[in-house]
Design a protein around this ligand. Structure first.
Ligand SMILES: NC(=O)c1ccc[n+]([C@@H]2O[C@H](COP(=O)([O-])OP(=O)(O)OC[C@H]3O[C@@H](n4cnc5c(N)ncnc54)[C@H](O)[C@@H]3O)[C@@H](O)[C@H]2O)c1
Length: 269
């Protein structure tokens, strides 16, 4: 069978839940060996157990990807296990609410650290490995909030816009080393338990989860031109395109996967 990621090693941050979990699962079905970095240890165990039904080559490491030391230990343990890294998906993300004026500095710093600095740390650790092999594909998962404003989400939107700049830098600086780097920007995706998850992982910011999380998620179906929220699989399948040789001439691109949300000026209702 012609598998799209046969024998490739794929690293997925935030791969224990939601979009990252679906991505790790799809990549494994397409022949990849998988290393997941995620802070949610119990979900991580469950996800790796599931992956092992598809492949013997799956590891999960409990890591806070905003930590420089933990990232370098994770990458070292992935190299010790698999000896190479071909694909990196930076999928970790947290959303904490606050308009520009209402955002405490600690919240701003935490969101930027988890959503943006983590991707920088991962790229910095993985690019030399990919360069040595003269090939690699990096996918940074942003959001349509990198492109359009949404009230009360200043730190999140800024972190996601920053991912576009980081990705462009990697794409132009390391194209000569055979590395492609792209952004994947989902719209509204049906991921359950996210608000509870963030409140568990980031108890210091429980107040910033805000009731506005839920209406936003619930409005996704009405807001997209396709009139439905996306599924994690629909985002994962776009990640598969960017990870595989199907996209061999695509780099520095932001692939928006939003059911036409940002294409549509219609009024939901
Ligand atoms: N769900 C959506 O509607 C949507 C829309 C646009 C963009 N996104 C982006 O997609 C990505 C995945 O989101 P999701 O909806 O699947 O959410 P999710 O909460 O299901 O997945 C995020 C994962 O990141 C992990 N994580 C959080 N902080 C971490 C840290 N410091 N270190 C390591 N792991 C950490 C969580 O444990 C979780 O497994 C995020 O970057 C998110 O911003 C999601």
């Amino acid at each position: 069978m012609n598998l799209l990621l046969r024998d490739k090693v794929a690293v997925v941050t935030g791969g224990a839940n939601g979009i990252g979990k679906a991505t790790a699962g799809l990549f494994a079905e397409e022949g990849a060996r998988i290393a997941i970095a995620d802070r949610d240890s119990s979900a991580l165990r469950e996800t790796v157990n599931k992956l092992r039904k598809v492949t013997d080559d799956a590891i999960g490491v409990a890591v806070d990807v905003s930590s420089e030391i933990e990232v370098s230990q994770f990458v070292a343990s992935t190299m010790a296990k698999f000896g190479r890294i071909d694909v990196l998906v930076n999928c970790v993300g947290i959303s904490l609410q606050g308009s520009v004026v209402d955002t405490p500095l600690a919240l701003w710093n935490r969101v930027l650290a988890v959503n943006l600095t983590s991707a920088f740390l991962m790229c910095r650790a993985v690019v030399p490995i990919m360069s040595a092999n003269r090939r690699g594909s990096i996918i940074n998962v942003a959001s349509i909030q990198a492109l359009v404003g949404f009230d009360g989400n200043a730190a999140y939107a800024t972190s996601k816009a920053g991912l576009i700049g980081l990705t462009r830098q990697v794409a132009v600086e390391y194209a000569g080393a055979g590395i492609r780097a792209n952004v994947l920007s989902p719209g509204g995706v049906d991921v359950r338990g996210k608000v509870e998850r963030i409140s568990r992982l980031e108890p210091a910011f429980a107040d910033a989860l805000g009731p506005s999380d839920r209406p936003r998620d619930e409005s996704a179906p009405a807001r997209s031109a396709l009139r439905t929220a996306g599924s994690p699989f629909q985002i994962a399948s776009s990640a598969l395109f960017l990870a595989s040789d199907l996209s061999s001439y695509v780099t520095g691109h932001n692939l928006v996967v939003d059911g036409g949300w940002t294409a549509w000026l219609g009024i939901p209702g």
